[in-house]
Design a protein. Structure first.
Length: 238
């Protein structure tokens, strides 16, 4: 089952990988490979940091030396992203000794992650993590597919989504999701219109949509430039 889970990860089928790990854990809840594998998939590939922590913690207790840096680093990131900075620093510190170039698990951003945690702890005037709240816009915009990269300007919300754009679109072979596309919605007194697919030049339904990924990135302060990403090429619209 562990090999099947690993193969599923190789083809980006993370849900199937989780199901294989769960079958192993149902028989042995302390199995190192299953706990480590599931924890890494949840943390590193699915961004479900809070759910990853119990599995990574369990794996960490039985982790052999060659994998301890990876487990510690993923634990650090998981605690970091849920706002538990002291715990994040503890695990970042444990992984730092082995974080060297040449190590297959080398994290080039480790020093920045540590600095970010320290900054958050030293700037408590910002509302603590547990008192902050974030919520989705609502069913007018959000689906069960990923939505991100929001840009708001002149009463319009432009965002990126990996939703199914056309009835015939199939999931790609990169991450087993639909290619990302831009969408636009009108905002009026806090209400959002049903989003429609968007690109530049914007000609509504007559627009020529790109076949690959296209995402919203940023907007200039003076609202003179929109910056979009089309595959690996940035486009500016003045």
């Amino acid at each position: 089952m562990i090999r099947k889970a690993s193969n599923a990860v190789d083809v980006y089928d993370y849900d199937k990988a989780i199901s294989y790990y769960d079958q192993v854990l149902a028989k042995d809840s302390n199995n190192f490979a299953a706990n480590a594998g599931k924890g890494v998939v949840l943390s590193e590939y699915m961004s479900k940091y809070d759910k990853a922590i119990p599995y990574l913690e369990r794996a960490n207790k039985k982790s052999p030396g060659k994998t301890s840096a990876k487990i510690n680093n993923d634990l650090g990131k998981s605690y970091h992203y849920i706002g538990n900075y002291p715990r994040a620093l503890y695990f970042y510190g444990k992984s730092a000794a082995d974080n060297k170039e040449g190590n297959p698990d080398y994290d080039i951003l480790l020093s920045k992650r540590i600095a970010d945690c320290k900054f958050a702890m030293e700037n408590q005037e910002v509302a603590p993590h547990e008192l902050q709240s974030v919520k989705n816009v609502g069913s007018a915009i959000n689906t069960d597919m990923p939505e991100y990269g929001p840009i708001y300007t002149n009463g319009k919300l432009i965002f990126t989504s990996k939703r199914k754009d056309t009835p015939k679109e199939k999931k790609n072979g990169l991450d087993r999701r639909y290619f990302e596309s831009m969408y636009i919605s009108s905002v009026n007194n806090g209400s959002f219109s049903s989003p429609r697919r968007f690109t530049l030049p914007d000609k509504g339904k007559d627009s020529k949509f790109h076949k690959g990924g296209e995402s919203a990135v940023s907007i200039s302060q003076m609202v003179k430039h929109y910056i979009f990403l089309k595959e690996e090429n940035c486009m500016k619209r003045i």
